[in-house]
Design a protein around this ligand. Structure first.
Ligand code: A2P
Length: 275
C-alpha cells in the first residue's frame, strides 16, 4: 500500500523529455533567461546546444500535438547542477512567443542529446581565446566562461559582445561581474577574462560592431594587446548569419582557419538561435 501511495504522489510528466523550470529572469521586453532541472543522465561539453521547446498547438484536423523544438545553447557550464538558457522573445515567433511566459514549476521539453562545434576540443592549443558574439550568441560563451578547462588551456580569454542597445548587454555584464566577484568562479577564472562589450545603436563607452573594432585594430589598442596571430590566438564565433560570415572573413585574413570537432584548427563557428 505504501508503494502505491508513493507512486501516486509523484508528479506525472505531461511532456516527453520533460524538464521542470526553476527560475525565469526577464532582462528587457526582448530578452529572458531561465534555469531548468538537469536530467541526471545529461552530460555535455560547455559550449554545446540541445533541442528544447514546448508542445505545439493541436492540429486542427487530427487534434494531434507535435513538439515545437529549437536549438538552444546551454548557457550554464558543464559542472553546474541545473541547466540555463538565454533567449530572445519574438512576438510572433512560434516558440518564443509562448516560451517567454514560462514560470517556475512549468515543464519544457528537453531532448537530451547535446551537440555543437563551440567546444575547446575543436581548437588547437593556443595562448589567447576569443569569444565573438552578437545578441543571444553570448549563450555558449556564458557556459564556457565558467569552465575551468578554458582557463587551464589559455592565458587570456577575451569576450567581445555587440548588441544594439545597452540593456541587451546586461545579462553578459552581470555574468562577468559575478565571475570576477564570486569566490569559486574567480578562482576558476584566475583574472584571465577580459570583457569588451559594445553597442551599435545607443550611446555607450565602447561602440561599434565587433567586426569593425577588429578590422580597425581598435580593440587591440583599447585592451593594450598584440593583434590576432594564428600562432597564439583561437576564436569562437556565435551570432547571426551575416555576422558569422563577416567575422570568418576577418579571421581568415589574420591567417586563422576554421576547425571542427573532427579536425581542430584555429577557430570555430555556430549560428545563434533565432526563432
Ligand atoms: P547593427 O546595429 O550595426 O546592425 P541584430 O539585433 O540585428 O541581430 O544585431 C545584433 C548586433 O549585431 C547589432 O549590434 C548589430 O549591429 C550587429 N550586427 C549585425 N550584423 C552584423 C554583421 N554582419 N557584422 C557585425 N555586426 C553585426
Amino acid at each position: 500500500l505504501t508503494d502505491v501511495t508513493e507512486i501516486k504522489s509523484k508528479p506525472v510528466p505531461t511532456l516527453p523529455d520533460a524538464a521542470t523550470v526553476l527560475e525565469v529572469t526577464h532582462w528587457n521586453d526582448r530578452l529572458f533567461s531561465f534555469k531548468v532541472e538537469r536530467p541526471a543522465s545529461l552530460r555535455f561539453r560547455s559550449g554545446e546546444f540541445v533541442m528544447i521547446g514546448l508542445m505545439g498547438d493541436p492540429d486542427p484536423n487530427t487534434g494531434k500535438q507535435k513538439p515545437l523544438l529549437r536549438a538552444y545553447s546551454i548557457a550554464s557550464p558543464s559542472w553546474e547542477e541545473h541547466l540555463e538558457f538565454y533567449s530572445i522573445k519574438v512576438p510572433d515567433g512560434p516558440l518564443t512567443s509562448r516560451l517567454q511566459h514560462i514560470q517556475p514549476g512549468d515543464q519544457i521539453i528537453l531532448r537530451p542529446k547535446p551537440v555543437g562545434t563551440l567546444v575547446v576540443d575543436a581548437l588547437l592549443p593556443g595562448k589567447r581565446l576569443w569569444f565573438f558574439a552578437t545578441g543571444t550568441g553570448i549563450a555558449p560563451f556564458a557556459s564556457l566562461m565558467r569552465d575551468p578547462e578554458v582557463y587551464e588551456k589559455y592565458d587570456e580569454v577575451i569576450l567581445m559582445h555587440t548588441c544594439r542597445e545597452v540593456s541587451e548587454l546586461e545579462y553578459g555584464r552581470q555574468l562577468v561581474e559575478h565571475i570576477k566577484s564570486d569566490e569559486i568562479l574567480s578562482e576558476i577564472e584566475q583574472g584571465k577574462l577580459r570583457y569588451y562589450p559594445t553597442t551599435t545603436r545607443e550611446e555607450f563607452h565602447h561602440m561599434g560592431r565587433v567586426t569593425d573594432n577588429l578590422s580597425s585594430g581598435k580593440v587591440f589598442e583599447d585592451l593594450g594587446i598584440a593583434p590576432i596571430d594564428p600562432e597564439t590566438d583561437r576564436g569562437m564565433v556565435c551570432g547571426n548569419l551575416a555576422f558569422n560570415k563577416d567575422i570568418m572573413a576577418i579571421l581568415d585574413g589574420f591567417g586563422l582557419r576554421e576547425g571542427a570537432n573532427s579536425e581542430p584548427k584555429e577557430y570555430v563557428v555556430e549560428k545563434a538561435f533565432v526563432d
